[in-house]
Ligand binder design. Structure first.
Ligand SMILES: [Fe+2]
Ligand SMILES: [Fe+2]
Length: 262
């Protein structure tokens, strides 16, 4: 089994597809991951499971790889899924999680925006422009740049998990590029396609950060580093000087429109 710990998880799942399903049961979504270059040992480190749960998972993986060995699976002792209220973050990490909340409010509105998309009226165009503005300046410049430019620099960001995160950010920026082209050419279906693609990408991305990456990074950060991060985040926010109220107002107005419709 030790040799399997150093094997790429995508390769293991390709050879033993049921392992993808087993990992899903433990909220480890390696199957749908677009990069998938993590090794099994990285997954165990990143997810920091309770020892008995990790033992149970490893026994199930071993049983899937070597069915002839008659591996005994330990009896389940705890719920497999992560409960959000179990997660406690350091102050700078909590700040990034809080920023996700505003982004998630926008993601929740995207189906409504796509359904009512109207590029022929000033009001319809304004919603689209404000939504893209939120993605470019709040989600990307204000939020992703703090992650990439400050937080990730405290770690070896050449490792696999960071590559997954960078790839998500790159895909998100690509969606924005396509959204801007679609606005210019008044291509409604392309705009709807990229809004929807962005929404599902970012929903998964935020889940990865909130539930896996940030708790893992928090376990590695010292108290001094956490304090320094807060200071650097303050400085970065001041330099960007973004008007967060403008985005809150935009979201409130759209949420009101959704309420009126239902
Ligand atoms: Fe991110
Ligand atoms: Fe984030």
């Amino acid at each position: 089994m030790e040799s399997f710990k150093n094997k790429g998880i995508k390769e293991i799942i390709a050879d033993f597809p049921e392992i993808g399903n087993i990992l899903e049961e433990y909220d480890i979504g390696c199957g749908p991951c677009t990069v998938g270059i993590c090794q099994l040992k990285d997954i165990l480190d990143i997810h920091a499971m309770e020892p008995d749960k990790e033992q149970e998972l490893m026994a199930r993986i071993e049983a899937a790889i070597y069915p002839e060995r008659g591996i005994q699976i330990p009896v389940k002792t705890a719920q497999a899924s992560i409960s959000e209220d179990q997660l406690l973050y350091s102050p700078p990490m909590q700040r990034l999680v809080d920023e996700h909340v505003l982004i998630k409010r926008w993601l929740a509105l995207i189906p409504f925006v796509v359904e009512t998309l109207d590029l022929t009226t000033a009001e319809g165009m304004q919603i689209v422009r404000d939504g893209v503005d939120l993605i470019r300046f709040y989600a990307d410049r204000f939020h992703h740049e703090k992650e990439e430019g400050i937080l990730f620099k405290y770690f070896d960001d050449t490792t696999e998990i960071f590559q997954v995160i960078y790839e998500d950010h790159r895909q998100a920026r690509n969606h924005v590029k396509e959204m801007l082209t679609a606005i210019e050419t008044e291509d409604k279906s392309s705009l709807a396609h990229h809004f929807t693609g962005y929404s599902s990408l970012l929903a998964e991305h935020i889940k990865k950060e909130d539930e896996i990456l940030f708790p893992w990074l928090d376990r590695k950060l010292t108290a001094d580093q956490a304090q320094e991060l807060t200071y650097k985040f303050d400085l970065a926010d001041m330099q960007i000087g973004i008007d967060i109220e403008k985005y809150r107002l935009f979201l409130e107005q759209l949420e009101e429109q959704v309420r009126e419709r239902t």
